[in-house]
Ligand binder design. Structure first.
Ligand SMILES: [Zn+2]
Length: 208
């Protein structure tokens, strides 16, 4: 993954002092270097390569997702649950907060997860739910999958809402906040993220 950014406070005294979010230090090795056009870092993030399709454990989430319409929301509305209940409009943040409540009512153990939906070449900040399946956290995102199917971006028979999209998700936080990947002393720095995929060779039996 290639991350690029520029100094958020150009013209300040002294050298730029960038640091990587401690939340990703453990999962990615990064080397920060400067270029004429700004700064960049390469991150080697390993995504899962392990399919999972839920049975009917998440049917309450699949059902409720059908009653929601995805729309990008201004920040003031993204955590406004009254707006969601009244208009049934949600983005991934308000949708995940709402669906976490639905999951709890259905007796599911879930947590929120925030990070990136890893498309090639562009990564999109995203928020979803992890469901505890026999002590293992598995990403579930029926709202987003149904939305993508509705937009005609994915085939619903290939990506049914019960399929876990975990192989294309990069989890950074266990809540619904967006992590700033680079800081300039105390200032958050907007970054541009580009993904390149590299596949590890697999054995004939499917093992690594
Ligand atoms: Zn600077």
């Amino acid at each position: 993954m290639q991350m690029s950014w520029s100094c958020p406070i150009p013209g300040h005294a002294g050298d730029c002092d960038f640091s990587l979010s401690p939340r990703i230090e453990g999962q990615a090795e990064a080397t920060i270097s400067s270029e004429r056009s700004g700064w960049k870092a390469s991150l080697d993030v390993r995504l899962l390569n392990d399919e999972h399709v839920f049975q009917d454990e998440i049917s309450a989430l699949v059902q409720e997702s059908k009653n929601l319409h995805f729309h990008r929301l201004i920040p003031e509305l993204a955590e406004d649950m009254g707006f969601l209940r009244e208009h049934r409009i949600a983005d991934c943040r308000s949708g995940s907060i709402h669906l976490a409540g639905v999951a709890a009512e259905a007796g599911l153990v879930v947590r929120q997860a925030s990070g990136y939906f890893v498309g090639v070449p562009f990564l999109v900040p995203h928020i979803w739910l992890d469901v505890d399946v026999n002590g293992q956290w598995i990403a579930a995102d029926p709202f987003f999958l149904q939305t993508l199917a509705h937009w005609g971006v994915v085939e619903p028979h290939v990506w049914p809402p019960e399929r876990s999209p975990r192989n294309v998700l990069w989890r950074i936080r266990n809540d619904h906040k967006e992590e700033q990947l680079i800081r300039h002393e105390a200032v958050d720095v907007p970054v541009k993220l580009i993904a390149r995929m590299s596949y590890e060779p697999r054995g004939v039996d499917g093992s690594h």
